[in-house]
Design a protein around this ligand. Structure first.
Ligand code: ZN
Length: 469
């Protein structure tokens, strides 16, 4: 290991070098570093400095200098991730893209947007809507997450069933390699089959291979109309049948199919919280949304579903206010974080057909160990993606709770991370979802692109021999 990685101080002289590149106002030091993240509950922020470049050229000069002296750098976007991929240790430099927040171009003819990496997701969504266009990625952190971070983590979110993950929205990108070289791959076309698709190397790499500085994003037509419903059901099998039914009946316009179990529903619709659109007492609820479909088609699809007992009850939003109220029950995490204190959240992926057994097994493992534990399931059922909320009680060892959630995935060849990435949080569990040869290839790519190991060291995997893991 490089000497500076083990020390608690940045490489001598590097702060002055960085001030020389971005100016005094571009570098945050000392107590001001942690003070920028009040109440942030997951990542520890111990970086010696935050450097805030304004251009790709400045990013290039920062990385070239840090690489030359072996100074570790951790890239930060909107800091809304769930796996501690942006956590910093003392002695590390955080590189924030927050001042690179310009939407450079919205091209309505070619339906693309070219943005700097620090643009906030909601800012782009609002800007393209003025042109009658939509950016398909949407997730709870939309008001703070940055598009560069969305790409670096390959974010998923609420409409993956229709549009895919962030990977599918990126047509081209510009990234700076650890040695300062700029890879400009700002493709604007949907089809470009000219050898290795190098942009994909950076998408989902969690800041370990390069710093994404610019993106060309694919835009879609803004849907004329949205229909939203909440349904109730007694089993996951019933909902699996409903998912197939509505997907077919809506002719490809299904844009969200979100599972909410009774535990989560009752937390968010308890006294003084959100009003329950459907009565308590069902085992499961699901939020269903169609974009760009006729209201009558949507109503018929749900009427058919009720008649065929694919759900037990249903309510369709008749106004934007009602639609927002249904979504709030799915998206509001404030109450569960408080009720389940200490709250742990998990993000896993598995085939829809295995979900019912998986939920039963996780619950049994957890309650077998901590009889008073609380657990709730929700998530993007249409994508095979479950989020698990657990309050095992004070003192429950984190790793033992994790084992209850991750071990049952082995049998169904599920993924320990559907959309949140690995970071530090899931590093010990990577081998459940990635083979020895896959992990070895990741290490080899890392060594090739970042031979001095300055970028986000220690995230996703350790650089020990993965075949032994
Ligand atoms: Zn999610």
């Amino acid at each position: 290991m490089n000497e500076s990685l083990a020390s608690r101080l940045p490489v001598p002289g590097i702060i002055d070098d960085l001030i020389g590149i971005v100016g005094e106002s571009g570098v945050i030091l000392g107590d001001d570093v942690a003070a920028r993240y009040p109440g942030y509950f997951m990542d520890r922020i111990e970086a010696s400095a935050i450097v805030r470049p304004r251009s790709t050229e400045e990013v290039s000069r920062i990385l070239a200098q840090c690489n030359a002296v072996g100074q570790p750098v951790v890239v930060q976007g909107g800091m809304s991730g769930w796996v501690r991929a942006t956590q910093t240790r003392a002695g590390e430099i955080a590189l924030s893209l927050e001042r690179m927040n310009t939407i450079e171009q919205i091209d309505p003819v070619n339906r693309t947007a070219t943005v700097q990496a620090g643009v906030v997701l909601a800012t782009l969504q609002d800007a393209v809507a003025e042109h009658g266009l939509a950016f398909a990625l949407d997730l709870g952190g939309r008001g703070s997450c940055q598009l560069g971070g969305n790409a670096a983590t390959n974010a998923g979110g609420l409409r993956v069933i229709r549009y895919g993950m962030m990977r599918e929205q990126v047509l081209g990108l510009e990234a700076v390699l650890p040695d300062g070289q700029v890879v400009s791959s700002l493709n604007r076309m949907i089809k470009n089959n000219t050898g290795y698709d190098l942009k994909q190397l950076f998408i989902g790499s969690e800041g370990t291979l390069g710093v994404i500085t610019k993106l060309v994003l694919r835009l879609r037509e803004l849907p004329a109309d949205n229909s939203t419903a909440l349904v109730s059901a007694e089993s996951v099998e019933q909902l699996a049948g409903l998912l197939r039914h509505v997907d077919k009946a809506l002719g490809g316009r299904l844009s969200a199919f979100e599972l909410i179990d009774s535990d989560f529903y009752e937390v968010n619709t308890g006294d003084g919280r959100h009003r329950p659109p459907l009565a308590h007492g069902s085992a499961f609820y699901a939020l269903i949304e169609a974009e760009g479909t006729d209201a009558a088609v949507f109503e018929n699809a749900l009427g058919d579903a009720l008649a065929r007992e694919l759900c037990d009850d249903a309510v369709i939003a008749s106004s934007v206010r009602e639609r927002d109220a249904i979504w709030a029950i799915r998206e509001d995490l404030e109450h569960i974080v408080r009720d389940f204190q200490p709250f742990l959240a998990f993000d896993v992926s598995l085939p829809v057909g295995d979900m019912a057994d998986y939920m039963t097994e996780v619950r049994a493992r957890l309650l077998g160990r901590w009889p008073h534990a609380r657990i709730a399931f929700l998530g993007h059922m249409g994508d095979g993606n479950l989020h698990v909320a657990i309050g095992a009680g004070p003192g429950a060892p984190h790793a033992e709770v994790e084992a209850c959630v991750y071990e049952p995935l082995r049998r169904v060849q599920g993924s320990v991370s559907a959309e949140h990435g690995i970071g530090l949080e899931k590093k010990p569990w990577l081998a459940i979802s990635r083979s020895a040869i896959e992990r070895d290839m990741m290490v080899r790519i890392k060594r090739l692109l970042d031979p001095r190991m300055i970028l986000n060291p220690g995230k996703i995997f350790d650089l020990t021999d993965q075949r032994e893991a």
